[in-house]
Design a protein around this ligand. Structure first.
Ligand code: C5P
Ligand code: MG
Length: 190
C-alpha cells in the first residue's frame, strides 16, 4: 500500500495534485477540509461544530478531526492506499494517524510538501474564492490567518516525519504537470 500525506500551506495545490494522483496510483483521496464542508453543507452536528472554526481560519479541535478521519479510513478498508490531504494538521493528529495505521499494520509511506511562498498563496486563494464558494477563500485576513496557523501549528508535522526519514519538500511553483511529475518521482522512489 502507498499511504501518502500531501502536505503544504493552504493554496499550495494539494487538492489539485491529489485528483491526478488518485488516477495514476488508484488511491483513496481523503480531504478532511472536504469532509468538513460536506458536513457543513448538510448542517450536521459535526458540521455545525466545525463551522465556527473554519469561518475564522482556525483549526477544528484534534479529537473532532481525528474521529472524522478514523471513520473515513475504517469505512474504506479495501483500497490500495490513501492520500491524506489537509491531514495531519498538528503533531497530535500525526501521532493519531500513525496509531491508526498501525492497527492496520500500515505506516505513512511518505509526506510530500508543496513549497509555495505566502504572496503566491494569497493570490491563488483569492482567485479560487471567485468560484469555490468558500467564505474562507474570500477574505484576505482569514486567508492570512490560515497561513499563520499553518506556520505555527502545522509546519511541525513536517519535522515529525522528517525525523523518520519520510518527508520530502518539493517546489510547488510551476505548471500542474511539472509539479505532478515532481510528486510522482518521490512516490516512484519508494
Ligand atoms: O484543507 P482545507 O484548506 O480544505 O481546510 C479548510 C479548513 O478546514 C481549515 O482552514 C480548517 O479550518 C479546517 N480543517 C481543520 N483541520 C484539518 C483540516 C481542515 O481544522 N485537519
Ligand atoms: Mg484542499
Amino acid at each position: 500500500m502507498i499511504n501518502l500525506v500531501l502536505f503544504g500551506p493552504p493554496g499550495s495545490g494539494k487538492g489539485t495534485q491529489a485528483a491526478k494522483l488518485v488516477e495514476k496510483y488508484n488511491l483513496l483521496h481523503i480531504s478532511t477540509g472536504d469532509l468538513f464542508r460536506y458536513e457543513m453543507g448538510n448542517n450536521t452536528p459535526l458540521g455545525q461544530e466545525a463551522k465556527s472554526y473554519i469561518e475564522k481560519g482556525e483549526l477544528v479541535p484534534d479529537e473532532v478531526t481525528i474521529g472524522m478521519l478514523r471513520n473515513k479510513v475504517d469505512a474504506n478498508p479495501d483500497v490500495e492506499g490513501y492520500i491524506f490531504d489537509g491531514f495531519p494538521r498538528t503533531v497530535p493528529q500525526a501521532e493519531a494517524l500513525d496509531r491508526l495505521l498501525e492497527t492496520k499494520e500500515q505506516t505513512v509511506s511518505k509526506l510530500v510538501m508543496l513549497d509555495v511562498q505566502d504572496d503566491e498563496l494569497v493570490s491563488r486563494l483569492l482567485n479560487r474564492g471567485k468560484t469555490s464558494g468558500r467564505a474562507d477563500d474570500n477574505d484576505e485576513s482569514i486567508i492570512r490567518n490560515r497561513i499563520e496557523v499553518y506556520k505555527s501549528e502545522t509546519s511541525p508535522v513536517f519535522d515529525f516525519y522528517n525525523t523518520q526519514g519520510k518527508a520530502a519538500k518539493i517546489d510547488g511553483i510551476g505548471s500542474i504537470e511539472e509539479i505532478f511529475g515532481r510528486i510522482c518521482a518521490e512516490i516512484d522512489h519508494l
